[in-house]
Design a protein around this ligand. Structure first.
Ligand SMILES: [Zn+2]
Ligand SMILES: [Zn+2]
Length: 179
């Protein structure tokens, strides 16, 4: 399931090892369902690290693959390429992020509205990005839309509030190059 099908992601209190998230997603059947994902499922599975084996065509054997993906992802992160990023409006700067920091998502055609809780300053920002920005790890839009508004911590409590805010807001373009 692509991340852009997710509608809300909320960390459940109490479960710390591993952290567990309640995820609401838009299903192919047209309805929304809730599911539970661990931190690893949410942040690492989209990088291919959830796939634990593949069929080696040379030997016809199942072989573990996660380590190779992990090495590849780690190598890219080390040179400053991030699987996901967003623009933190309160800090006025782009930041790297993982899906567990996405609070609310809504999608229309090729565009995704994304409310992100900054892993650094903990404040909310609302960005407008392409589906690929969310669904394809290491694809970062060069320029994204940013709602120029400071959201209080308890703002956007529901997906309905978020959508109303999003589609009535005006956006400003920001460059997403991470230095
Ligand atoms: Zn369904
Ligand atoms: Zn921030």
């Amino acid at each position: 399931m692509p991340l852009s099908a997710f509608r809300s992601i909320e960390e459940l209190p109490g479960a710390a090892h591993p952290a567990v998230f309640r995820v609401r997603f838009e299903c192919e059947c047209g309805e929304e369902h809730d599911g539970l994902l661990t931190h690893d499922d949410l942040d690492w599975a989209p990088l291919g690290l959830g796939a634990c084996e593949f069929v080696n065509l040379m030997t016809s054997r199942h072989e573990p693959v996660a380590a190779e993906f992990a090495d590849l992802a780690a190598a890219r992160i080390k040179v400053g390429e991030w699987p996901w990023s967003f623009f933190c409006f309160p800090e006025e700067r782009p930041r790297p992020v993982f899906p567990s920091s996405f609070a609310l998502l809504t999608a229309a055609d090729a565009t995704v509205g994304l409310a992100v809780r900054c892993p650094d300053c903990r404040r909310l920002s609302v960005n407008l990005v392409t589906r690929a920005h969310v669904d394809v790890p290491f694809h970062n839009d060069r320029e994204i839309g940013v709602v120029e508004h400071m959201f209080p911590a308890d703002a956007l409590a529901t997906i309905d509030e978020f959508q109303a805010e999003l589609w009535s807001a005006s956006f400003d373009a920001r460059r997403l190059a991470l230095e």
